[in-house]
Design a protein around this ligand. Structure first.
Ligand code: ATP
Ligand code: MG
Length: 360
């Protein structure tokens, strides 16, 4: 006898530009998963983005948020254009979505292709709700001079939550490694990034909270090596010897900067995936933007989105199909034949998707 397959409802938010060209790749990959996993999928197309804002005056419709909250098990987000100058009434819908859905962690793996370039296999876990991003800024007059200030807020609770999810990710990666031996790491480690030599109170709280969390549950986390790194030397080391880092956890701003820096280690933005994770929901999101320069040409690299789709499944509690998708992508990259122009190839988005589907 066979159990009835489980049906998962996935929200699709293509957004702007190449978001519309790459999100279908995520959908196709899910539809092509082997039946042995017992999963079937329903998809709901949802609106958000700068184009939506220009058409309706609203960048993130309530309906999108409500549908995600009440009908979806997970979601994929493409990209939104960010106007370079301030547009009245517009603010980034993905930033708003992270807040409204309680997605406190941004998880970004950066992985090399075996045999090509610099060996790197790390995951940056960025706190996503506070630090300088609370946007409490003001400008004032001091003795006739203009002065601006911004508040950096770090809470014990948010630091604890991000530390915990980072440690869980380190344990999970260790487990996957034991099964596949496909890694440059022999054992798991967590690196806490901070600047508490200068910001001893705020970054100090971040560092101490995670250090305490680790020490209080050594029975669980003891197999993960605990390390700390001051952010400036972190940047230096990440470019000199990225292979020493496994899971890296950082407050919002340092995490933002480190994430883009790490993406540069593996060549194209079109390869780098991410997941926005909360306690009850996950949104997979390629890290690239709407790429207006290649929009409509059919050459956007779909791999960042395909990997984000695998991450979505992983955080929804389905690590096996996630690993199979990742392996199909790795095989495509390792062969290095059917690739889009950002990787020096001549293939189209569709060609790459078809190659990955064939390998699945
Ligand atoms: P946005 O304002 O939406 O962030 P942007 O102009 O900053 O747009 P990005 O999307 O951030 O553009 O991309 C930066 C560069 O990387 C562009 O040259 C773009 O073509 C390239 N790029 C980004 N994503 C991909 C992709 N999936 N495939 C190929 N090239 C990409
Ligand atoms: Mg950009």
């Amino acid at each position: 006898s066979t159990a009835a397959p489980k049906k998962l409802t996935i929200g699709l938010i293509p957004g702007d530009g190449i978001g519309k060209e790459v999100i279908p790749a995520g959908q196709q990959v899910l539809q092509a998963l082997p039946s042995k996993y017992g999963l079937t999928f329903d998809f709901m197309n949802l609106k958000a983005g700068f184009e939506e804002f220009k058409n309706t005056g609203v960048a993130l419709p309530d309906e999108t948020v409500q549908t995600l909250k009440t009908k979806c098990d997970g979601a994929l987000f493409g990209a939104v254009s960010s106007p370079t100058h301030k547009v009245k009434g517009y603010s980034s819908p993905i930033v708003a979505l992270r807040k409204k859905m309680g997605l406190y962690a941004n998880v970004r793996p950066v992985k090399w292709v075996q045999g090509q370039g610099i060996p790197v296999d790390m995951v940056i876990v960025r706190e996503n709700t506070e630090d300088l991003y609370i946007k409490e800024e003001r400008i004032f007059n001091r003795n006739g001079e203009k002065v601006a200030e911004a508040i950096k807020r770090i809470s014990e609770k948010a630091s604890w939550k991000i530390g915990k999810i980072a440690l869980e990710i380190a344990l999970r990666r260790q487990k996957v490694r034991e099964q596949t031996s496909d890694s440059i790491h022999k054992s798991a480690s967590l690196t806490v990034v901070h600047k508490s030599n200068v910001l001893s109170v705020s970054d100090g709280l971040f560092r101490e909270t995670i250090s305490n969390l680790y020490k209080q549950d050594l029975a669980k986390y003891g197999s993960v090596e605990y390390k700390e790194q001051i952010v400036d030397s972190m940047v230096y080391k990440m470019f000199r010897e990225p292979q020493i880092f496994d899971v890296v956890v950082a407050p919002n701003l340092y995490g933002d900067i480190l994430s883009d820096g790490a993406a540069a280690l593996v060549g194209s933005l079109g390869l780098v995936a991410s997941a926005n994770v909360g306690d009850n929901f996950v949104i997979g999101e390629p890290t690239h933007g709407s790429a207006p320069d290649i929009q409509g040409k059919g050459i956007a690299n779909p791999i960042a989105t395909i990997r984000s789709t695998a991450m979505m499944l992983e955080f929804m509690g389905y690590p096996e199909p996630a690993a199979q998708i990742m392996a199909a992508v790795d095989a495509n990259l390792k062969e290095n034949k059917i690739t889009t122009p950002d990787l020096g190839g001549k293939s189209s988005t569709t060609d790459v998707v078809e190659d990955v589907l064939r390998r699945l």
